[in-house]
Design a protein around this ligand. Structure first.
Ligand code: PRT
Ligand code: ZN
Length: 292
């Protein structure tokens, strides 16, 4: 096979070169069985065990590369996708890089709703999203675009308010600001070019299948417990499982071992109910991959 043909049949993925999304992007690939550990310091790297080529870029550039087809797909914050307004398709949420884009004002300021920003100055690195939001709310404010350290703008008299990404809230707190209004929830997403050729779409489907299995596994736990046979019915009724729980007899007469899968969201509630129903020796084990 010539090199050119070889390259054509590879899926080209753009991820952040360095920064908050880099490590989680590489980790997700690894959990999908895709190893690029030899190339992280280069501009691009081939995976050794999946037909994928990874480009390392600034996050701001990823939507453009995917729109142009230089990359077929990308992992990037949804906030960047909305700000850049490129023609790309958001295909999946990746479950990491979670944050929110929020308006913030000085802590001692009275904030009575977005209308209180009427006629005032807002510093942000997200001028497009902010302008859309203000327009939708019918608020006329001056947007001052700055690319970094947005949180210091009110303190130095550059703006009355800011609109910036928040995760723990400690940056706002340390700069004497308070979060006033969430305007967007964001996380890393997989974007794709609008018209992928069939061979690439097939590769993307394989990758998406693996990503689903990894995400599902993270949200679920495998649970094993011992139950007296006279309580089995009640205990089984509490367990969802993939189909129904597995029930195996224990060596000790009158007891069974029950195995099932629990979703993280309902996990503690169900554990409490299981205990109350007579379950003993409850073991909870992480799941590596989950294919349903
Ligand atoms: O070099 P490159 O352009 O690629 O990187 P970058 O500096 O533009 O981006 P980077 O690495 O800072 O962020 C990449 C992406 O991570 C963002 O686009 C978001 O999708 C996501 N993300 C998640 C965050 C945060 N959480 C976050 N907390 N991006 C930035 N922040 C910053 C925020 O701007 C503020 O300065 O962290 C500070 C607030 O954090 P808390 O925890 O103090 O609230
Ligand atoms: Zn950036």
């Amino acid at each position: 096979m010539s090199n050119q043909v070889n390259n054509k049949s590879k899926l080209k993925l753009a991820i952040q070169k360095s920064g908050r999304l880099h490590d989680d992007s590489v980790r997700l690939l690894k959990e999908c069985g895709i190893d690029i550990s030899n190339g992280i310091n280069k501009l691009k790297a081939d995976a050794t065990n999946f037909p994928i080529e990874v480009f390392f870029l600034r996050d701001d550039d990823i939507p453009q590369y995917v729109e142009d087809g230089v990359a077929d797909i990308g992992f990037v914050g949804e906030n960047v996708v909305f700000e850049k307004k490129k023609k790309v398709v958001i295909t999946d949420k990746l479950g990491f890089g979670k944050c929110r884009l929020s308006m913030a004002v000085q802590r001692n300021e009275q904030y009575t709703g977005i209308q209180s920003l009427q006629g005032r100055k807002i510093a942000t690195s997200y001028p497009v999203i902010v302008a859309d939001y203000l327009k939708e709310k019918g608020v006329d404010a001056e947007i001052h675009e700055i690319s970094g350290s947005v949180e210091i703008a009110p303190g130095i008299g550059l703006a009355d308010a800011i609109c910036d990404l928040v995760s723990s809230g400690s940056t706002l707190f340390m700069n004497g600001l308070k979060e006033a209004e969430v305007i967007l929830q964001s996380q890393a997403v997989l974007i794709r070019n609008e018209s992928l050729e069939p061979a690439k779409q097939q590769l993307l489907d394989r990758l998406l299948f693996r990503i689903q299995a990894v995400k599902k596994a993270k949200n679920n736990k495998y649970i094993l417990l011992n139950a007296p046979n006279n309580k089995l019915k009640e205990i089984i009724a509490l367990l969802p499982g993939m189909k129904s729980p597995t029930v195996l007899p224990l060596a000790e007469e009158g007891w069974s071992s029950v195995h099932s899968v629990l979703n993280e969201n309902e996990f503690w509630d169900i554990i409490e109910q299981l205990k109350a129903a007579g379950a003993q020796g409850i073991l909870v084990v992480p799941i590596e991959k989950m294919i349903v």
